[in-house]
Write a protein that binds this ligand. Structure first.
Ligand code: HEM
Length: 458
């Protein structure tokens, strides 16, 4: 069993005030504009036209990049720059440079969102330049953390392997994304565009979601869940044993699919499917090892951040089961590939698993308002219901669009529920994050003995 190491305070690791609140606030701003809100608009257009091809692939991908680098990426940057040095018992290298990554990434996301959506003329070049800035930010972020980790004095922990893998996937995924972006916005004709999408979009998402998001969430969870939620400590040996099967399966997924598409050899498609099965089994076992459904050591409010983490684990299982079953669904429908099934599988993991885990952890880290007492730890019920209902509707109804066009209507409505859930949660967390971003307020609260963000391990 892991003995989670004692951690340095997550505060004061990077100069004036904690780093993470501004990154989290920017991530929320991105998802409430170019991310989830734009996604909901795309979905309404899809529902109206009863056709997933109603918005252009450029608009879909412009939304996708906002969610990957903005919502998910800025959370990863903020959390990692704040907490990883504390995990490793080191001070962050070049904290000023670390702070500069936020405006650079935010500007690149905004420019790319506009330029990639309609990549005509100069806009295509602008989108690629913005993608280049995103790669530079991610490379700098990874380099800063690599240099910081070398300074670390703390004992190495199995979680660090997952965090390291997440960083490697972040870099590889962003490099592949830039190449994919250049080849899509610069495609000579529609056939070249479709060939690029058909071959490279899927492995790109595998690197970003299975590689980056899942590895990061597993690594962070191994480190912080017992400290944050009072859940049991994970089995270190099991986490160690699962590491390579999981990472090699992600590599195999990402490598075999384009190879299969290029050669059209059936055996390579079978190899790709086997890689997804190995990935699904390893991911499910690694998540189960976190034991989020075990009784927590501490009493929690009815709607606690742990409820989000538990729901996230249910969505992970749904998504993994759908991933494995994808070829059977296509066979049943006698189609080579079901876009609806594939999109629903991805949504179950990006919104259901990744976003709910982010919300759970962020809600637990953000400090309570002054004098709010124990009730300050409770979350409102509405975001939990809206997000889970929206995700259930989206996943189930998107699949059903393969059978009946009637399902487009509820699928379209699902985005509005999800955005409302995110906006409701934002009204709860934003004041807390604003408070946490003010060093004087944090210091004053600490002196007054007010509740502070919990320790992240013990
Ligand atoms: C919260 C509400 C969200 C809504 C309403 C939404 C909506 C959509 C829609 C309508 C599409 C295109 C339809 C399809 O291909 O199935 C799409 C694609 C995409 N979304 Fe979202 N989305 C949301 C959240 C997210 C999140 C949280 C992420 C990532 C963390 C994300 C990443 C992506 C990506 C990468 C694509 C492109 C899919 C592909 O490559 O096939 N979305 N989204």
């Amino acid at each position: 069993m892991i003995k989670a190491p004692a951690l340095a305070s997550p505060f004061g690791t990077a100069g004036p005030g904690p780093l993470y609140p501004r990154f989290f606030l920017a991530g929320i701003a991105v998802t409430l504009t170019a991310g989830a809100t734009w996604g909901a608009w795309l979905l309404l257009r899809i529902a109206r036209a009863r056709d997933f091809a109603a918005p252009s692939i450029f608009e879909v991908n412009a939304h996708g990049q906002a969610q990957i680098y903005g919502w998910m990426g800025l959370f990863i940057l903020g959390f990692a720059l704040q907490m990883f040095p504390a995990f490793w018992g080191a001070r962050l290298v070049a904290p000023r440079l670390a702070r500069a990554l936020l405006p650079l990434m935010a500007a690149a996301i905004a420019v790319r969102a506009v330029a990639e959506a309609r990549p005509a003329g100069r806009f295509a070049d602008l989108a690629v330049v913005a993608g280049g800035v995103q790669l530079a930010v991610v490379a700098t972020f990874v380099a800063l953390l690599a240099a910081t980790s070398r300074r670390g004095l703390a004992r190495r922990h199995v979680a660090d392997r997952y965090l390291g893998a997440g960083l490697v996937w972040f870099l590889l995924g962003t490099a592949l994304d830039l190449r994919h972006l250049a080849r899509t916005v610069g495609a000579a004709d529609r056939d070249a565009l479709l060939a690029e999408i058909a071959t490279w979009q899927l492995p790109l998402r595998d690197l970003q979601i299975h590689g980056l998001a899942l590895s990061m969430i597993l690594g962070v969870s191994l480190r912080v869940l017992p400290g944050l939620f009072g859940t049991p400590i994970a089995d270190e040996r099991r986490a160690r044993r699962l590491f390579w099967p999981l990472q090699l399966a992600i590599l195999a997924e990402a490598a075999l699919f384009p190879l299969a598409m290029a050669t059209k050899r059936p055996l390579l498609f079978v190899g790709f499917w086997i890689a997804t099965v190995v990935f699904a089994i390893a991911a499910a076992l690694a998540a189960a090892n976190l034991r989020v459904f075990a009784r927590p050591r501490v009493a929690l409010p009815r709607v606690s951040p742990l409820a989000f983490a538990r729901a996230a684990h249910v969505w992970l299982v749904v998504s993994l089961a759908m991933l494995v079953a994808g070829p059977f669904w296509s066979r049943l429908l006698e189609v080579p590939f079901s876009h609806a099934w594939h999109g629903a599988t991805r949504h179950a993991i990006t919104v259901g698993f990744v976003s709910l885990m982010m919300i759970g952890v962020a809600s637990r880290i953000a400090p309570r308002p002054a004098g709010s007492g124990a009730t300050g730890a409770a979350l409102p019920l509405a975001p939990f219901v809206l997000l889970n209902l929206g995700c259930t509707l989206r996943v189930s109804q998107q699949v059903l669009t393969d059978l009946t066009p009637v399902a487009f209507l509820p699928a379209g409505v699902s985005g509005l529920l999800e955005v409302s859930g995110l906006a409701w949660w934002a009204t709860w967390i934003v004041p807390r994050l604003v408070r946490a971003s003010r060093p004087l307020e944090v210091a004053r609260a600490a002196l007054a003995g007010e509740p502070m963000p919990p320790p992240t391990g013990r």
